[in-house]
Design a binder for this molecule. Structure first.
Ligand code: GLU
Length: 426
């Protein structure tokens, strides 16, 4: 006989990550006095598809990969979110990430519910041909639930423009016509949007710049330390440098460098492109990788991995503002310490919204069959990010809470309101 707990509602999503997402929702629900009916409706994904993909490897061997797509809420419009190809991907992870996409889209005012999906595989172990077969079969299996007005995937960990092109083509072959609005993050030649790749980093800078303005701190007088020099960190560092800020320290997986007088970021980028790391850059002092977080600065930008600012180092941070450019770089315990120390934390759910915002612009252009200019995209991104920051600051004032809680509260309220107005079917 099966144990009773096997049938516990929602048990199929259970993972640490999903538990974390639910706990966040529970705490915000309490703070904003969320109607228990709306809480119930938002605490679990609306639907999910689990598929097994038979794929022939280059050796001729047939293997079966597991793919997922979770749609968290269908209340706000089509669903939106990335495709993650990773060896430990699970239904529960997709469920948590789909819920976070719902909050991110709601906070940014995008007409989407959240989704997330992908394939459990090691993309680095697959040849380009194998990867193409996995993506195409996955896209074919997802056909019943994706579509330009139903669910619109995008790149995430382990996927990029190439995979989006295959997904787009597979879907289009099935419906018999080119359907560019079915995915975002496509190559430019297929209707991708210029700036999509830089969008997350630029969005971080937009939120930070607007916050500095509200605090009456001139951007060009800020000393900044950036941990991470990949797609996010390098864009943030370059943009802040270009706008006159002084980048005093930079780190990546290979090492860290510092110069209190300011690093020449384009030169460092040239060095990193050539040597694969910022380490060894000759015109700066080499420092310990972890020390970058504790450098004396005004703004610290964690743009590397999760869980970097912890209970252990939070008391030693020497910055006034943390602008999160990575996913979940600050642990909940560190959050509390920074709050007590008066350090402003610009939370990831707000700062990292630039990617999906420019995805939205790509999707709108595909629907309009009209291309916007790069300037239009840049200006609209800035406006969208700044508006979101203002909504968060307003909520923080009203609820007397930190910006992370405030951001979540804005998003949850917005989705709950929409759910209430649509009422329960039937
Ligand atoms: N994967 C990205 C995110 O999580 C992009 C999602 C999208 O553009 O739809 O924000």
């Amino acid at each position: 006989m099966l144990k009773e707990s096997s049938f516990a509602p929602g048990s199929e999503w259970q993972t640490d990550l999903y538990g974390m997402a639910c706990e966040q929702l529970r705490r915000v629900a309490e703070l904003i006095d969320l109607d228990p009916d709306e809480h119930t409706r938002l605490a679990e994904p609306r639907r999910a598809l689990v598929v097994n993909l038979p794929v022939r490897l280059d050796t001729g061997e047939l293997v079966s990969f597991t793919g997922y797509r979770v749609q968290h809420t269908l209340t706000m419009g089509p669903t939106k979110g990335g495709l993650r190809f990773a060896p430990d991907l699970s239904l529960g992870e997709c469920a948590a990430l789909a819920m976070w996409m719902t909050w991110k889209c709601a906070l940014l005012g995008l007409p989407y519910g959240g989704a997330k999906g992908g394939v459990r595989c090691d993309p680095r172990a697959l040849s380009p041909d194998e990867m193409e077969r996995v993506v195409r079969r996955y896209a074919a299996e997802l056909q019943p639930i994706v579509g330009p007005d139903a669910d619109v995937p995008a790149p995430d960990m382990g996927t990029g423009e190439r995979e989006m092109a295959w997904f787009y083509d597979t879907y289009s072959q099935a419906v018999g016509q080119a359907t560019p609005a079915v995915v975002t993050g496509k190559p430019i030649a297929l209707g991708g949007t210029p700036g999509r790749r830089q969008a997350t980093g630029l969005g971080v800078v937009d939120v930070l710049a607007a916050m500095l303005e509200r605090l009456e701190r001139p951007l060009d007088r800020q000393r900044v330390a950036v941990q991470g020099f990949g797609n996010g960190g390098s864009v943030v560092a370059a943009e802040l440098h270009a706008r006159g800020a002084t980048v005093v320290a930079l780190a990546d997986v290979g090492g860290a460098i510092a110069d209190p007088g300011g690093l020449d970021v384009p030169r460092v980028a040239g060095w990193a492109a050539e040597h694969g790391t910022v380490a060894g850059y000759p015109h700066a002092e080499a420092i310990d990788r972890d020390a970058v977080l504790e450098v004396d600065c005004d703004v610290l930008v964690p743009a590397a991995a999760a869980n970097q600012i912890t209970e252990a180092n939070a008391p030693r941070l020497r910055c006034a503002i943390v602008a999160e450019a990575a996913n979940g770089p600050t642990s909940p315990a560190a959050d509390a310490i920074l709050r007590d120390r008066g350090v402003v934390v610009l939370p990831d759910i707000l700062t990292r919204g630039g990617g999906v915002t420019v995805s939205y612009f790509e999707w709108v252009q595909a629907h309009q069959k009209y291309t916007w200019t790069e300037t239009e995209i840049r200006d609209r991104l800035r406006a969208q990010m700044t508006d979101a920051l203002d909504r968060v600051l307003e909520a923080a004032g009203e609820l007397r809470c930190d910006l992370r809680t405030a951001a979540l509260s804005v998003a949850v309220r917005r989705v709950a309101e929409a759910a209430r107005l649509r009422a329960v079917f039937p």
